[in-house]
Write a protein that binds this ligand. Sequence first.
Ligand code: SF4
Ligand code: SF4
Length: 169
Amino acid sequence: MDNPCEYCNSKCCKYYTVALTREDILRVLKIKKGFEWIQVIEANGIETQFSHGFFIFDQGKMKECFLALNRKRSEKCIFLENNKCSIYEYRPMACRLYPFELGVKGVEYKKKHRCPIGWNIDDIKKDFLENNEIAKKEIEEHEKKVREWNSKINEKKTIKEFIEFLIEE
Ligand code: SF4
Ligand code: SF4
Protein backbone atom coordinates (compact mmCIF):
# COMPACT_ATOMS: atom_id res chain seq x y z
CA MET A 1 0.00 0.00 0.00
CA ASP A 2 1.19 3.54 -0.81
CA ASN A 3 2.04 5.68 2.18
CA PRO A 4 -0.71 8.39 2.34
CA CYS A 5 1.81 10.79 3.91
CA GLU A 6 3.44 11.04 0.47
CA TYR A 7 0.38 12.90 -0.82
CA CYS A 8 -0.30 15.49 1.86
CA ASN A 9 3.00 17.41 1.90
CA SER A 10 3.58 16.47 5.54
CA LYS A 11 1.08 18.87 7.04
CA CYS A 12 1.61 17.58 10.58
CA CYS A 13 5.35 18.33 10.42
CA LYS A 14 4.57 22.00 9.78
CA TYR A 15 2.18 22.65 12.62
CA TYR A 16 3.04 20.70 15.73
CA THR A 17 5.58 20.95 18.48
CA VAL A 18 7.04 17.46 18.84
CA ALA A 19 7.92 16.75 22.48
CA LEU A 20 10.87 14.40 23.01
CA THR A 21 11.58 11.58 25.39
CA ARG A 22 15.00 10.27 26.36
CA GLU A 23 14.72 7.42 23.84
CA ASP A 24 13.66 9.80 21.06
CA ILE A 25 16.84 11.79 21.67
CA LEU A 26 19.01 8.66 21.74
CA ARG A 27 17.50 7.51 18.42
CA VAL A 28 18.17 10.79 16.64
CA LEU A 29 21.69 11.04 18.10
CA LYS A 30 22.55 7.89 16.13
CA ILE A 31 22.48 10.01 12.98
CA LYS A 32 22.80 13.65 14.16
CA LYS A 33 25.58 15.22 16.19
CA GLY A 34 25.09 17.84 18.89
CA PHE A 35 21.91 19.13 20.43
CA GLU A 36 21.05 22.03 18.06
CA TRP A 37 18.00 20.15 16.80
CA ILE A 38 16.51 20.24 20.32
CA GLN A 39 14.62 23.21 21.69
CA VAL A 40 13.60 23.90 25.26
CA ILE A 41 10.04 24.98 25.84
CA GLU A 42 8.70 26.44 29.05
CA ALA A 43 5.82 24.22 30.13
CA ASN A 44 3.59 27.03 31.43
CA GLY A 45 0.92 24.52 32.25
CA ILE A 46 1.21 22.67 28.90
CA GLU A 47 1.06 18.94 29.52
CA THR A 48 2.52 16.60 26.95
CA GLN A 49 2.12 12.87 26.87
CA PHE A 50 5.70 12.50 25.66
CA SER A 51 7.84 14.72 27.82
CA HIS A 52 7.52 15.00 31.57
CA GLY A 53 8.48 18.52 32.74
CA PHE A 54 11.99 19.02 34.13
CA PHE A 55 13.06 21.90 36.36
CA ILE A 56 15.82 24.34 35.52
CA PHE A 57 16.86 27.71 36.95
CA ASP A 58 16.80 30.75 34.68
CA GLN A 59 18.13 34.00 36.21
CA GLY A 60 17.45 32.68 39.70
CA LYS A 61 13.92 31.59 38.91
CA MET A 62 12.96 27.93 38.71
CA LYS A 63 11.06 26.98 35.57
CA GLU A 64 9.41 23.80 34.40
CA CYS A 65 10.34 22.96 30.81
CA PHE A 66 10.22 20.16 28.27
CA LEU A 67 12.31 19.27 25.25
CA ALA A 68 11.01 19.29 21.69
CA LEU A 69 12.25 19.11 18.12
CA ASN A 70 13.55 22.45 16.95
CA ARG A 71 11.74 24.26 14.18
CA LYS A 72 13.07 26.24 11.27
CA ARG A 73 12.19 29.92 10.98
CA SER A 74 9.37 28.88 8.65
CA GLU A 75 8.00 26.93 11.63
CA LYS A 76 8.52 23.59 9.91
CA CYS A 77 10.17 20.80 11.83
CA ILE A 78 13.93 21.10 11.48
CA PHE A 79 14.04 17.64 9.89
CA LEU A 80 11.47 18.30 7.19
CA GLU A 81 13.26 18.56 3.84
CA ASN A 82 11.38 18.89 0.55
CA ASN A 83 8.21 17.90 2.41
CA LYS A 84 9.76 14.63 3.56
CA CYS A 85 11.08 13.54 6.94
CA SER A 86 14.88 13.35 6.62
CA ILE A 87 15.19 11.14 9.73
CA TYR A 88 12.23 8.88 9.03
CA GLU A 89 13.68 5.65 10.50
CA TYR A 90 14.76 7.55 13.62
CA ARG A 91 11.77 9.87 14.06
CA PRO A 92 10.27 10.41 17.55
CA MET A 93 7.44 8.27 18.89
CA ALA A 94 4.96 11.17 18.72
CA CYS A 95 5.51 11.26 14.93
CA ARG A 96 5.10 7.48 14.65
CA LEU A 97 1.75 7.47 16.44
CA TYR A 98 0.18 10.55 14.83
CA PRO A 99 -2.75 11.03 14.08
CA PHE A 100 -4.05 8.15 16.21
CA GLU A 101 -4.50 7.33 19.87
CA LEU A 102 -5.78 4.40 21.88
CA GLY A 103 -9.34 5.18 22.93
CA VAL A 104 -11.90 3.12 24.81
CA LYS A 105 -12.97 1.46 21.54
CA GLY A 106 -9.42 0.76 20.37
CA VAL A 107 -7.30 2.67 17.86
CA GLU A 108 -8.98 5.90 16.80
CA TYR A 109 -8.13 9.33 15.42
CA LYS A 110 -6.98 11.88 17.97
CA LYS A 111 -9.81 14.19 18.97
CA LYS A 112 -8.16 17.21 17.39
CA HIS A 113 -5.96 16.43 14.43
CA ARG A 114 -5.05 18.09 11.17
CA CYS A 115 -4.42 14.99 9.12
CA PRO A 116 -6.36 15.36 5.86
CA ILE A 117 -6.07 11.71 4.86
CA GLY A 118 -8.76 9.10 5.49
CA TRP A 119 -6.63 6.24 6.81
CA ASN A 120 -7.88 2.68 6.95
CA ILE A 121 -7.49 1.92 10.67
CA ASP A 122 -7.12 -1.82 9.97
CA ASP A 123 -4.01 -1.07 7.88
CA ILE A 124 -2.20 0.83 10.62
CA LYS A 125 -3.57 -0.93 13.72
CA LYS A 126 -0.78 -3.50 14.20
CA ASP A 127 2.06 -0.96 13.81
CA PHE A 128 0.24 1.58 15.96
CA LEU A 129 -0.33 -0.88 18.81
CA GLU A 130 3.29 -2.05 18.74
CA ASN A 131 4.59 1.51 18.74
CA ASN A 132 2.14 2.51 21.45
CA GLU A 133 3.50 -0.21 23.75
CA ILE A 134 7.08 0.89 23.04
CA ALA A 135 6.09 4.53 23.61
CA LYS A 136 4.57 3.72 27.03
CA LYS A 137 7.82 2.09 28.19
CA GLU A 138 9.91 4.94 26.80
CA ILE A 139 7.75 7.54 28.52
CA GLU A 140 8.14 5.64 31.83
CA GLU A 141 11.94 5.57 31.44
CA HIS A 142 11.96 9.25 30.58
CA GLU A 143 9.83 10.17 33.58
CA LYS A 144 12.08 8.16 35.90
CA LYS A 145 15.15 10.12 34.77
CA VAL A 146 13.32 13.46 34.96
CA ARG A 147 12.10 12.73 38.51
CA GLU A 148 15.69 11.91 39.53
CA TRP A 149 16.92 15.19 38.00
CA ASN A 150 14.13 17.23 39.60
CA SER A 151 14.93 15.78 43.03
CA LYS A 152 18.52 17.09 42.79
CA ILE A 153 17.99 20.38 40.97
CA ASN A 154 20.07 23.37 42.02
CA GLU A 155 20.82 26.81 40.56
CA LYS A 156 24.08 25.79 38.91
CA LYS A 157 22.61 23.13 36.62
CA THR A 158 22.37 23.94 32.92
CA ILE A 159 20.13 22.72 30.12
CA LYS A 160 23.11 20.97 28.50
CA GLU A 161 23.76 19.15 31.77
CA PHE A 162 20.12 18.10 31.87
CA ILE A 163 20.23 16.62 28.36
CA GLU A 164 23.52 14.84 29.13
CA PHE A 165 22.04 13.45 32.36
CA LEU A 166 18.89 12.37 30.55
CA ILE A 167 20.70 10.33 27.92
CA GLU A 168 23.42 8.79 30.09
CA GLU A 169 23.08 5.05 30.68
S1 SF4 B 1 0.14 11.78 9.28
FE1 SF4 B 1 -1.43 12.84 8.07
S2 SF4 B 1 -0.83 15.01 8.16
FE2 SF4 B 1 0.94 13.80 8.77
S3 SF4 B 1 2.13 13.50 6.90
FE3 SF4 B 1 0.80 11.71 7.15
S4 SF4 B 1 -1.05 12.16 5.97
FE4 SF4 B 1 0.05 14.10 6.30
S1 SF4 C 1 10.78 14.29 12.81
FE1 SF4 C 1 10.07 13.84 10.76
S2 SF4 C 1 7.99 13.07 11.03
FE2 SF4 C 1 8.53 14.10 12.93
S3 SF4 C 1 7.78 16.23 12.69
FE3 SF4 C 1 9.92 16.18 12.00
S4 SF4 C 1 9.84 15.86 9.79
FE4 SF4 C 1 7.85 15.27 10.64
